[in-house]
Design a binder for this molecule. Structure first.
Ligand code: NAD
Length: 493
C-alpha cells in the first residue's frame, strides 16, 4: 500500500501514525538538508510534541539547496510529505512510525525567490541545518571562513540569487531586518564541535563581506545554539525498503532507518521562540561542550577508528567490525586510553556505561550501518572527530600509536582495495586532493601530512607524531592490517 494521507487509516494498529490534524499545523521551522538524520531526529522529536497536541505552530518545511535534493522532494511530495521511521535494533525496543511533522518542501533549484520568500515569512522562527560537516566552508585548522570558494564568491556577487546556505540566510536576514521582522534562530544539528559557534562564525564572516552593518545586526540579534545530536542513521538501502514492505505492507519511496537510541542536548538560546522539546526528552543546558566532546570523541572518533581499518580488512558494515575481536578491542582501548583522559565530566553521564552502550550500538546487526557512510568525507570528519584528540595527546606527550593508526589507515584506505584484493568505494568531496597526497612514494608521509586543509600546521610539526604515523603506515603496507593491529595493541602506553 502506497504511503499517502488517505492510506493512514489502513495501517495496522502496531504502527504509530500522526495523532493530530495535520491540516491544522502551520510551519515554524525551515530545515535545510532533509536527509536521513533530520528525519530520524529533530523531525521525530517535533512529531512527539505534535502527537501530544502541542507545537501546532512548529511544523517543518524542508529545504533542499542541492540538485540531488530533488529526489527526496519528489519522493516526499508524492506521499503528502509523510514518511516511515523504521527503527531497527537487536532487542525488542523497536518501532515503526509514520511521521507527519514535515509539511512541505522547497527546492532552491526551483527559483531562489520562492525560498527567500519562505525564509522571510515571519512565521518561520527557526532555521535548522544538517548540511554535513564540510558544509560550513570553514578551515578546520584555523577556524577561518573560506571566502575564496567559488560558490561563496558567486553568492557575494549575486546576493539576490544565492546558492549556498550563507547566501540565502544572510539575504533573508537582511530582508527581515529591513522589513522590521524578527530574525530566526539558526540551529545547526551537524556533528561538529561547537556547531552553533561554527555556524555563527561562518555566517557573520559571510555577512561582513556583504555589509558590516548587517553583520553587526546579525551578531546582536540572531542566536546560534550549540547542540549535541545523536542517533545512528544509515543510508536507506533497497533492502531496507523491501524489508519494510514485507513486514508492514507499507510502500514508502524513502523511509528512514535508525537505531532505537536517540539523544539531543541543546543550549537554550532561541531568539524567536522554540517548541517545548524539553517535554519529549531533549536536555537543555547552558553549556553543551562536555556532552558534544564526549559524543564526538567517542562515538564519531570510534567510528573513524573502525571505518578505515574495517574496510581494509574486508568488512562492509559496522556490526561486522564489532564481531571482529581485534577491532572491538582496539576501539575500546582507543576510547578508554586515548579519548577519555581529555574529557570533562558531563553532568548526569556515567562514562563507562556510555562507552559500553556505544559498543552495543555499533554492534547492532539489524540496522546494517554502512562503513562507506561512516568513512565518507574523511577529509572533513577526521579534523572534527579525531584530530582534536590527537592535538591534546601531542600537547600532553602521550603515546600516539593508536591514534596514528587511524590516520595511517585512512591513508592506506585511499588505495580502495582491501586485504583480500576486493575494491571498495571511497567518498570524499576532496577525493582528488586526498588521493594525490596518499599515493605511494619516498615522500608519502610528508606529502600526506602536508595537507594543511586537513592536518593544519601543528600536527606535521610534531616529530613524535610523524614518526608514529610513519611506523603505522609502514606496518600496514608491509605486514598487513591484522599484524599491525596486533603490534599496535602490544605497544606500550
Ligand atoms: P544525508 O546524505 O542523508 O543528507 C545530507 C543532506 O545535506 C542532503 O539533503 C544534502 O543535500 C545536504 N547537504 C550536503 N552538503 C550541503 C551543503 N554544502 N549545503 C547545503 N546542503 C547540503 O546525510 P544525513 O545522514 O542526513 O547526515 C547529515 C548530517 O547530519 C551529517 O553530516 C552529520 O553532521 C549529521 N548527523 C548524522 C548522523 C547519522 O547517523 N546519519 C548522526 C548525527 C548527526
Amino acid at each position: 500500500m502506497k504511503l499517502k494521507a488517505e492510506s493512514l487509516s489502513l495501517l495496522g494498529d502496531d504502527i504509530l501514525k500522526p495523532a493530530y490534524d495535520r491540516s491544522a499545523v502551520t510551519p515554524g521551522i525551515l530545515h535545510i538538508g532533509v536527509g536521513g538524520f533530520h528525519r530520524a531526529h529533530q523531525a521525530v522529536y517535533t512529531e512527539q510534541l505534535l502527537n501530544r497536541g502541542k507545537a501546532g505552530d512548529w511544523g517543518i518545511c524542508g529545504v533542499g539547496l542541492r540538485a540531488e535534493d530533488r529526489a527526496m522532494r519528489d519522493a516526499l511530495a508524492a506521499q503528502d510529505y509523510l514518511y516511515t521511521l523504521y527503527e531497527l535494533g537487536d532487542g525488542d525496543d523497536t518501532g515503526i512510525q509514520v511521521v507527519g511533522a514535515i509539511l512541505d518542501f522547497v527546492l532552491a533549484a526551483d527559483g531562489p525567490e520562492a525560498l527567500l520568500a519562505r525564509l522571510t515569512d515571519p512565521v518561520i522562527r527557526i532555521v535548522s541545518l544538517t548540511i554535513t560537516e564540510g558544509g560550513y566552508c570553514t578551515d578546520d585548522s584555523t577556524g577561518e571562513f573560506l571566502a575564496e570558494l567559488p560558490e561563496i564568491r558567486h553568492d557575494l556577487e549575486n546576493p539576490q540569487s544565492p546558492k549556498t546556505v550563507f547566501g540565502f540566510l544572510v539575504e533573508a536576514l537582511k530582508r527581515r531586518r529591513d522589513a522590521g521582522i524578527r530574525p530566526f534562530t539558526v540551529m545547526s544539528c551537524d556533528n561538529l564541535p561547537h556547531n552553533g559557534e561554527v555556524a555563527r562564525n561562518a555566517l557573520l564572516s559571510f555577512a561582513a563581506l556583504r555589509d558590516e552593518a548587517l553583520r553587526d545586526w546579525i551578531a546582536d540579534n540572531v542566536t546560534f545554539p550549540n547542540a549535541m545530536v545523536d542517533r545512528i542513521t544509515p543510508m536507506t538501502s533497497p533492502a531496507h525498503r523491501q524489508q519494510l514492505l514485507d513486514e508492514t505492507g507499507i510502500e514508502d519511496a524513502w523511509p528512514v532507518v535508525a537505531e532505537p537510541f536517540l539523544q539531543w542536548v541543546l543550549e537554550d538560546k532561541f531568539c524567536n521562540g522554540r517548541p517545548d522539546w524539553n517535554e519529549v526528552g531533549v536536555q537543555f543546558t547552558d553549556d553543551v561542550t562536555p556532552y558534544e566532546e564526549m559524543k564526538i570523541g567517542l562515538l564519531n572518533g570510534g567510528h573513524q577508528a573502525l571505518a578505515y581499518l574495517g574496510a581494509l580488512l574486508g568488512h562492509r558494515y559496522a556490526h561486522e567490525t564489532m564481531q571482529d575481536a581485534q577491532l572491538r578491542d582496539y576501539v575500546r582501548v582507543y576510547m578508554d586510553s586515548d579519548v577519555t583522559p581529555y574529557l570533562e565530566e558531563a553532568p548526569g553521564i556515567d562514562l563507562a556505561a556510555y562507552k559500553d552502550s556505544l559498543i552495543q550500538r555499533f554492534s547492532n546487526t539489524a540496522i546494517c550501518d554502512q562503513l562507506s557512510r561512516i568513512g565518507y568525507d574523511g577529509s572533513s570528519r577526521l579534523p572534527k572527530f579525531v584530530l582534536p584528540t590527537l592535538l591534546r595527546q601531542i600537547e600532553a606527550g602521550a603515546p600516539l600509536h593508536r591514534t596514528a593508526l587511524i590516520i595511517a589507515a585512512w591513508c592506506q584506505y585511499q588505495t580502495r582495495i582491501d586485504q583480500n584484493g576486493n575494491p571498495f568505494e571511497v567518498g570524499d568531496p576532496r577525493s582528488d586532493l586526498v588521493r594525490q597526497a596518499a599515493r605511494p612514494g619516498d615522500d608519502q608521509v610528508e606529502r600526506f601530512l602536508g595537507m594543511e586543509e586537513v592536518f593544519g600546521r601543528r600536527i606535521p610539526e610534531s616529530a613524535a607524531f610523524v614518526e608514529a604515523f610513519r611506523l603505522q603506515l609502514e606496518r600496514l603496507q608491509t605486514l598487513g592490517v591484522r599484524a599491525t593491529l596486533e603490534r599496535c595493541m602490544a605497544d606500550e602506553g
